[in-house]
Structure formats: structure tokens, C-alpha cells
Design a protein around this ligand. Structure first.
Ligand SMILES: O=C1O[C@H](COP(=O)(O)O)[C@@H](O)[C@H](O)[C@H]1O
Length: 237
């Protein structure tokens, strides 16, 4: 199991600034090398300060594709929509020129929507240059939830990068939502993966889960496989 240093920052501003700068550096490098770049980020309560700073970065956003690492199976009109957060906070200012690739489409089933999303991500190269992750207090990243029936498949390192449908269960939302999630191979093939953590509880959860079973614990799976992971933490929750 690989050791990854947890980099600590004094306050949310310094933490968000550092994450946004690293994401922008990696996206800028991909734009220079390939003329295009792909970013994938989370929803939830953590990323907004990072998205606000990244949105204002001077990048060739017209050649950047922005997508999600996971999505609740709800339309963007729902307050639970991760796409809504991306549109409201990241795709603003200079970053409004980016191409957004949502994961949610209204299909007959969540699995059909996952297949459509997998195709859409393949259409923008099937690989992410820069990824931002959040983590729930149960140790989930993306929509890789403990005891979820799709967890082992999502964490299987030998599959191709794809998007899977996740049945509703322990996501903490009321009512629980079906989900769409990228799988671990998408993180293994990424150029850079930054996990942003806030608060003492999440740091303790990360350190505990890092010692877990990579077949069923997402943090352990990140460390047991070749994910280019950096962990940035601030005490301020
Ligand atoms: O439900 C989700 O949870 C995780 C963690 O959310 P946070 O509020 O603790 O930051 C998030 O990364 C994911 O995108 C989201 O769908």
C-alpha cells in the first residue's frame, strides 16, 4: 500500500488556492501539449471555493472539456444535481467557454444513462487530465459507497474506464438517489488526481480508510493502485 503525504493548509482560502493552482497548472500543460484538456470534478459541499478560483484562471477554456466524477440521477433543476453546482460555480467567467459534458441524461434506466455517459466521456478522449475528488465522512469518493452492490465493480482496477449506474442506498440524501459514477480505472489513467479534504473528521476517516481493503474501500483502492494522487487538507471544516 502506497503512502501519500497529507499536505496541510491553514484555512480554506490557502487550501482552495493551492488546489485551483495545481488543477490549472495541469490543464494548462495539457492545452500546451495537446491543444485540449479534460477536467472532472465532484459535487457536494467541498469543491465550491476551488471552483470559484479555477473559473477565474486564465486558460484556453474553449478547448477544455469539463465533466463530473459522479452525479445523482436527477435533472439539473434538482438542488441535488452535481451538474447544477458545476454550471453555477465553475462554468462562470473565463471558464464559461468550456464544453460541459454532463453525466445525467433522462433515460429509461440509470444503467442506460450510465452507458450514454460512458460514450460521451469516450467522445472527449476517455481520459481525464486533471481530477478533483471530495470524500464523504463514510469514506466514499465519487459515488463509490460502502456496501453498495456496485462498489466492487467500480473498484475493479482491471476494467476499462467507464461510468456505472449505482442503485440508491446509503448516499445520505432524502430520499436516497440512484447515482452515476466513474470507476477506479478512470482515476488510474488520469494525469493528476487531487483529493481535497476539510475538517478533522475527514482527515481521520482518510487515515483509517487508507489501511483498509482496496476491494471494498475506495481510499485504500486509490493507494493500492497507480492513481496519481495528492491529498490537500485544511482544519477549517
Ligand atoms: O454525494 C457526493 O458526496 C461526495 C462528498 O461530498 P462532500 O459534500 O462531503 O464534499 C462528493 O465528492 C460527490 O461528488 C457527491 O456526489
Amino acid at each position: 500500500m502506497r503512502e501519500v503525504e497529507i499536505e496541510s493548509f491553514a484555512g480554506v482560502d490557502a487550501w482552495a488556492e493551492a488546489i485551483a493552482a495545481r488543477l490549472a497548472e495541469t490543464l494548462g500543460g495539457a492545452l500546451r501539449d495537446a491543444g485540449r484538456a479534460v477536467f472532472a470534478g465532484p459535487g457536494g459541499s467541498t469543491p465550491a471555493p476551488v471552483y470559484r478560483r479555477l473559473a477565474a484562471t486564465d486558460l484556453d477554456w474553449a478547448n477544455v472539456a469539463v465533466t463530473l466524477v459522479d452525479e445523482r440521477y436527477v435533472p439539473e433543476t434538482s438542488p441535488d444535481s452535481n451538474a447544477r453546482l458545476i454550471r453555477d460555480v465553475l462554468l462562470q467567467g473565463p471558464a464559461a467557454a468550456a464544453r460541459f459534458v454532463p453525466l445525467y441524461t433522462p433515460e429509461v434506466t440509470v444503467d442506460r444513462a450510465a452507458a450514454v455517459a460512458a460514450h460521451a466521456l469516450a467522445d472527449v478522449g476517455g481520459r481525464f487530465d486533471a481530477v478533483l475528488l471530495g470524500m464523504g465522512e463514510d469514506g466514499h469518493i465519487c459515488s463509490m459507497f460502502p456496501e453498495s452492490p456496485t462498489l466492487k465493480t467500480l473498484l475493479t482496477p482491471t476494467l476499462k474506464p467507464t461510468v456505472l449506474g449505482v442503485p440508491h442506498g446509503r448516499d445520505g440524501l432524502a430520499p436516497p438517489q440512484e447515482r452515476l459514477s466513474i470507476n477506479l480505472p478512470y482515476l488510474m489513467s488520469a494525469g493528476r488526481v487531487i483529493l481535497g479534504l476539510k475538517g478533522a473528521t475527514k482527515r481521520a476517516v482518510f487515515e483509517d480508510q487508507a489501511k483498509g481493503d482496496p476491494k471494498v474501500q475506495p481510499i485504500a483502492a486509490l493507494l493500492a493502485n497507480d492513481v496519481p494522487l495528492e491529498v490537500l487538507w485544511t482544519e477549517e471544516g
